[in-house]
Design a protein around this ligand. Structure first.
Ligand code: KG4
Ligand code: ZN
Length: 339
C-alpha cells in the first residue's frame, strides 16, 4: 500500500473555509476562517457564504502550508469536500482544489463530508485509540442527524436520519427564540450547566425505526415560550438556565433512545460520534457513562475535530490515497451527496 507524505485537505461545505495538512495520518496544520457575517442574520446566508469562501480560500490554504512548514510543491495530493453542503460553497472549494491539483500535476481526491465527520477518528494522536470495525456512527450537526452502520472505511450504510430538522438546527432555532446568538448550540450547552433538566417537560416524538424528528419538539418549545411570555414578559430571562437544560435534555434523549435501539438490535457496542453537536458537554457525559453502565466502547472526537474542519477531509484523503481511490477533474459538487 502506497503511503503519501503530504495531503492537503480543503473544506468549504457550509460557512467555514478550512484547510489542513496531514502526513502519515498525523495533523501538521488545521486552519479555519469562520464567517462571522452570518451571525447578524441568525443563520447561514448561502450567497454570502460563497463570497466569503472566495476571499478566504487562498489565505487559509497559504496559512495551512506555512503552519505545516511545507512548500506547496511537496504536496502529494489534494482532498476536498464534494458534498453534501451548499452548492455555491462547495463549488468554491472544489474549483480551487481542482485548479491547484492540475497546476501541481498531483492526484485529486473527492471527500464526502459526512463520512469525514466519522473518519476523523482515524487521525493519529497520542493516547487516542482508533475505533475497530464494525461500529455505529452517529453524526450530529447543523445540517444532519444520522445513524450509520460502518463496516469499513468506505462501506457505510445509513440506518436512520432526521425526517425534518437536524439536532443542531433545533439547538440553533430554539436558542434564537430565547435571544441567544447564532449558532446557539454552545450557549445552550453553557447555560444548561446551571439549569434543571427536569424543570420543564417537552414531548419525545414517536418515530418508527431508527429515524428521528426534531421539528415537532422545536415547535412545542417555541409555543411553550410564547404562551408563557404572554403571561410573564420576563419568563425567558427568569428561567433561561432551566429552559436550556430542559431543552438540551430532551434533544439528547431523542437521539440517545435511537442509539440504544440500534446497539440492541445490531449487538454492535462500538459507538462513534462526530459533527458539531458532538462538542456538547452533556452528550459527551451521557455517552461516557454508557461505557460503564452498558459496556459500550464510545469514541468522542477532540473538540477541534467536532465542528467543520479540514483535518477530517485530509484524513479521508490519506485513507483514499492508500487505497488508490482518486478523483477526476470533471467530478461535480453534489449538495445531496449520499454515502
Ligand atoms: O458540523 P458543524 O460544524 O456544521 C454542520 O455541518 O452543520 O455543526 C454545527 C452545529 C451548529 O448547529 C451548532 O449550534 C452545533 O453544531 N454545536 C453545538 C455545540 N457546539 C456546536 N450544539 C450543542 N452544543 C455544543 N457545545
Ligand atoms: Zn459538518
Amino acid at each position: 500500500m502506497k503511503q503519501p507524505s503530504y495531503i492537503l485537505g480543503i473544506e468549504s461545505s457550509c460557512d467555514d473555509t478550512a484547510a489542513a495538512v496531514i502526513a502519515h495520518n498525523k495533523v501538521l496544520s488545521n486552519c479555519i476562517a469562520n464567517q462571522k457575517i452570518h451571525e447578524q442574520y441568525g443563520g447561514v446566508v448561502p450567497e454570502l457564504a460563497s463570497r466569503a469562501h472566495q476571499s478566504n480560500i487562498v489565505p487559509v490554504v497559504d496559512q495551512a502550508l506555512r503552519s505545516a512548514h511545507i512548500d506547496v510543491s511537496q504536496l502529494d495530493a489534494i482532498a476536498y469536500t464534494q458534498g453534501p453542503g451548499l452548492l455555491g460553497s462547495l463549488l468554491v472549494g472544489g474549483s480551487f482544489a481542482k485548479s491547484l491539483a492540475l497546476a501541481l500535476d498531483i492526484p485529486l481526491i473527492e471527500v464526502n463530508h459526512m463520512q469525514a465527520h466519522l473518519l476523523a477518528h482515524f487521525i493519529e494522536q497520542e493516547n487516542m485509540q482508533t475505533p475497530d470495525f464494525p461500529f455505529i456512527g452517529v453524526t450530529l450537526s447543523g445540517g444532519h442527524t444520522q445513524l450509520v452502520l460502518v463496516r469499513d472505511y468506505f462501506d457505510m450504510e445509513l440506518l436512520g436520519t432526521t425526517l425534518d430538522d437536524a439536532i443542531g438546527e433545533a439547538f440553533d432555532k430554539c436558542g434564537k427564540v430565547m435571544g441567544l446568538s447564532y449558532p446557539s448550540g454552545p450557549a445552550v450547552d453553557r447555560l444548561a450547566k446551571n439549569g434543571r433538566p427536569n424543570r420543564f417537560q417537552f414531548p419525545i416524538p414517536k418515530v418508527p425505526g431508527y429515524d428521528v424528528s426534531y421539528s415537532g419538539l422545536k415547535t412545542a418549545f417555541i409555543n411553550f415560550l410564547h404562551k408563557n411570555t404572554q403571561k410573564q414578559p420576563n419568563f425567558i430571562a427568569n428561567n433561561l438556565e432551566d429552559l436550556c437544560a430542559s431543552l438540551q435534555f430532551t434533544l439528547i434523549e431523542v437521539i440517545l433512545k435511537k442509539i440504544e435501539q440500534v446497539v440492541a438490535d445490531t449487538k454492535i457496542k462500538n459507538v462513534v460520534i462526530g459533527g458539531g453537536v458532538s462538542a456538547n458537554s452533556e452528550i459527551r457525559r451521557v455517552l461516557e457513562l454508557k461505557k460503564n453502565t452498558s459496556d459500550w466502547e464510545v469514541f468522542i472526537p477532540p473538540f477541534e475535530y467536532t465542528t467543520d474542519n479540514a483535518a477530517m477531509i485530509a484524513i479521508v484523503g490519506a485513507l483514499k490515497f492508500q487505497q488508490q481511490q482518486f478523483g477526476t477533474l470533471d467530478a461535480v459538487a453534489d449538495p445531496r451527496l449520499k454515502f
